[in-house]
Ligand binder design. Structure first.
Ligand SMILES: [Fe+2]
Ligand SMILES: [Fe+2]
Length: 219
């Protein structure tokens, strides 16, 4: 006997034959996968936008400290700050069409970024370079993971992130070329800043970043 029914209220009407049921299951699997990818894309945008917000705070704090102590750094810090503001705006602009919303804990990023920028700037030019290299290296790692997923599921966003990655890499190279990785300060402060950045990401996203990393590895 053929029983007509709606599969999971998604509009697919199965006549009850094994072939038709299998078709319904496949459609459901495709929809579940699409939903999951949409969620991942929204989480990528949320984390990245929050990260840029934190970067704006870091460089703003470093500029404030460098005014007296290291004025020669101001032009580069100002240019870098403008890049980070542009990146933040690009992620914000990409959100509405993907039904994504900014992180609700942006204040955590403002405060965390300000502390990171201010404390590392106390160590002068070397502290600024160590902070920049550690933060940008952490960002670079996350962006590479995201692009690997997005080229298959949201090429437009992958292109946006690639263009941002070029400037993030410039920040990293600039700082890396101007610090001594073997100095005691670099060995001590570099890892602390890297861990603090990861912690900031973890706390503000309430574990979302770890889940995102695991999900990206599975997809
Ligand atoms: Fe950035
Ligand atoms: Fe950057």
């Amino acid at each position: 006997m053929f029983v007509r029914r709606i599969e999971r209220n998604r509009g697919f009407i199965s006549c009850g034959t094994p072939h038709c049921r299998a078709l319904g299951q496949n459609l459901h699997a495709m929809e579940t996968s699409a939903d999951r990818n949409t969620l991942l894309i929204q989480r990528i945008l949320r984390v990245n936008h929050a990260g840029e917000h934190g970067a704006v705070s870091i460089y703003s704090a470093q500029i404030a400290r460098a005014q007296k102590a290291n004025p020669e750094l101001i032009p580069w810090l100002t240019e870098t700050l403008e890049h980070e503001k542009t990146h933040r705006a690009m992620f914000l602009e990409a959100m509405p069409s993907r039904a994504a919303k900014p992180c609700r804990a942006l204040q955590v990023w403002s405060i965390g970024g300000m502390i990171l920028g201010s404390v590392t700037a106390l160590f002068g030019r070397a502290g600024v370079m160590i902070c920049t290299a550690a933060v940008e290296r952490t960002v670079h790692k996350h962006l590479v993971e995201q692009i690997g997923f997005l080229v298959r599921h949201d090429p437009e966003l992958a292109d946006i992130i690639r263009s941002i990655q070029v400037e993030e890499d410039q920040h990293l190279q600039y700082a890396a070329q101007r610090l001594d990785p073997n100095s005691g300060l670099a060995k001590l402060v570099g890892p602390i800043v890297a861990v603090a950045t990861e912690l900031l990401i973890l706390i503000s996203t309430r574990g979302d970043s770890r889940k995102l990393k695991m999900d990206l590895e599975q997809v």
